[in-house]
Design a protein. Structure first.
Length: 230
């Protein structure tokens, strides 16, 4: 359960920030703000225009006048069906790439693990803070100090449930090959699983293509945007 301190932090946060981009949450909208794109940003609106979800790009022209371009729009009434349909497909796809992880196999193939690169809920509180825009950001220094490599693979069973990084140590070079996950079953039994990095990238591209195709069936044609105030 989150502590009151954690509850307060998330309750006050208005977004998430990192080096490459920021995500800002507002009333009925989410803004994606790239750090290096000439001040342009993208906004996903939920029902600002009655019954419509729309994604648009905003930027300033050479005269510093705000410009907007609608990139996608659909009826909110179709959103639940789209997300439900794609959610089931996504769960099935991700289930296919999850593999059981055995320490003996790791040792035989010279695979080590790194803890802390993806913080647990308890660690997150210590390394996260709110910036002046009330966006939640991670301290790079604190995150780096949180990363550690156990001396023995078996030490993973003494760690809280969570995600860790798998590193191949063959030929004297360290190479990230995927992510592992430790989970404690209701019976108390400990299990390890992992997902290969290349499988994640392949599956994400596949899912993105499937989602775009599915969403296109519900898209409002650009020539009809004016009818919806877009």
């Amino acid at each position: 359960m989150p502590t009151p301190r954690q509850d307060s932090r998330f309750r006050n946060a208005k977004g998430i920030g990192c080096n490459e981009f920021a995500i800002h949450f507002g009333p009925n909208k989410i803004m994606f703000i790239p750090r290096y794109r000439n001040g342009s940003h993208y906004t996903l609106h939920f029902g600002v225009r009655p019954g419509i979800l729309d994604l648009h790009e905003t930027w300033s022209d050479q005269d510093e006048i705000k410009q907007h371009k609608t990139l996608f729009a659909m009826r909110l009434s179709d959103l639940e069906y789209l997300l439900t349909k794609r959610g089931h497909s996504t769960a099935e796809s991700l289930h296919r790439i999850i593999r059981k992880l055995r320490l003996g196999w790791m040792g035989h193939h010279k695979i080590g693990l790194v803890l802390g690169s993806i913080p647990t809920d308890q660690q997150f509180e210590a390394i996260a803070k709110l910036d002046r825009r009330k966006r939640l950001v991670l301290s790079e220094e604190a995150l780096a100090s949180n990363v550690r490599t156990p001396e023995f693979l078996e030490e993973i069973f003494n760690e809280p449930d969570g995600i860790f990084t798998l590193i191949s140590l063959k030929r004297g070079k360290a190479k990230q090959i995927g992510f592992g996950y430790k989970v404690t079953l209701p019976t108390g039994e400990l299990r390890l699983f992992w997902i290969k990095k290349s499988d994640i990238l392949t599956e994400m591209l596949h899912l993105e293509d499937q989602f775009v195709q599915a969403a296109s069936h519900f898209a409002i044609p650009p020539e009809c945007y004016s009818q919806h105030g877009l």
